[in-house]
Design a protein around this ligand. Sequence first.
Ligand SMILES: Nc1ncnc2c1ncn2[C@@H]1O[C@H](COP(=O)(O)OP(=O)(O)OP(=O)(O)O)[C@@H](O)[C@H]1O
Ligand SMILES: [Mg+2]
Length: 353
Amino acid sequence: MTQPDDAAWIAATGAPRRESNAAAETRTVEPRPAEPRPVDQDGEAVDHGGPAVEGAQGADNAGAGTSSYPSYADETAPEMGPTGRPLRPVAEPEVLSAHGPARVIAMCNQKGGVGKTTSTINLGAALAEYGRRVLLVDLDPQGALSAGLGVPAHELDRTIYNLMLEPSTAVTDVLVPTRLEGVDLLPANIDLSAAEVQLINEVGREQTLARALRPLLPLYDYVLIDCQPSLGLLTVNALACSHEVLMPLAAEFFSLRGVALLVDTVDKVQSRINPDLKIGGVLVTMFDGRTVHARDVVAMLVERFGELVFDTVISRTVKFPETTVAGEPITTYAPASSAAEAYRALAREVIAR
Ligand SMILES: Nc1ncnc2c1ncn2[C@@H]1O[C@H](COP(=O)(O)OP(=O)(O)OP(=O)(O)O)[C@@H](O)[C@H]1O
Ligand SMILES: [Mg+2]
C-alpha cells in the first residue's frame, strides 16, 4: 500500500517555528496581556477556550471576574479562541422530548495516547448532561474505556467480543448501565484481541459491529465508539457503522504524522463500504497554550482541516490521569473544573454540528 504523504501537507502549511532557545518553549504567550491568566484548581494554566454561549461560562471563572475572554456584550471585536480564529457562537442544546435514532461517532486515531478514550468518556458524559442518551462502545482490547467508567471488564463473561462473534449472544447480556444517568456501555476486555484474527474468516467481516449495534440505534441519541490505536479490522468495523469520525489529536508536532493515513483510510471506507461516513471533527487535546509549539501545531491543523477543527480545545491537565484511577469522567470527578467545562463546550459543538 502506498503511504499517503504527511510531509506534503505539513510542508505546505509550514513546519513549526524554531524556538530561539530552550526557555522559549515554556514562554507564556498571552492572548490578552492586560488580563490575568486563568488557572484551574491545580494552578495549571487554562486556555481551552470553547465557543461562546451566553450563560455558559466556565464554572471555574464564573463570577470570579477572571475570565480571559469577555462576553460578546463587552466588545465589538470578535472573541478569539485558542485555535487562533474568532469563536463561532453555538446555540444552547435543545431539550429533547424523544430519543434516537443515534448518530454514531467513531473516536479514531491510530496514534496511541492522544486522548481517544478520555474524550469518549467525557464527551459521552457531557452529552448525557444535556439530556442525550449515550451508548459508549469499547472497541479496544485494552478495555480502557470500561476501566475509565469503573466497570471491571476483565471479570465479565460477556463483552462486545461475544456480541460481535457469537450471533446467539443477546445484547442485554452485554450492555452495562454506568453510574452516569443516560450512559450505557458495551464493555471490552482482552478477549477482543482474538477478534481481529477471527473476523478475517467471517462473511461480511467489516460489517460485524454494524450488525451487532443495529438493534440499539433507535434507543440512543449518540453512540461513541472508542477505537484502538490501529487501523486494523476492528477500527474498519467502527468506521463501517459510523456516520462520522471524530479525530482527537494531541497538540504536538509528531501527532501530525499519520494524519494523512487516517484520512486516506476514512476515504477508502467511505468509498467502498460506508458512503455516509465523513470526518465530523478534529479535536485538539493536551493543549498547552503557553507554548509556541502547541499554537503552531493548532494553526497547521486549522490550515489543513479548516472548519472541521472544533473551537474547543482540551488543555493538558493532570486531572485526566486522576479520573482514570477514580473510574469516572471529569464532569463528575471535578465538575467545576475548566477541563469539565471544556468537554461540555465540545458537547455543545457536537450537538450543533
Ligand atoms: N488533556 C489531557 N491532559 C493530560 N493528560 C491527558 C489528557 N487527555 C488524556 N490524558 C492522559 O493521557 C493518557 C492517554 O489518554 P487516552 O487513554 O485517552 O488516550 P488514547 O488515545 O485513548 O490512548 P490509546 O491509543 O492507548 O487507546 C491517559 O493517561 C490520560 O489520562
Ligand atoms: Mg484508548
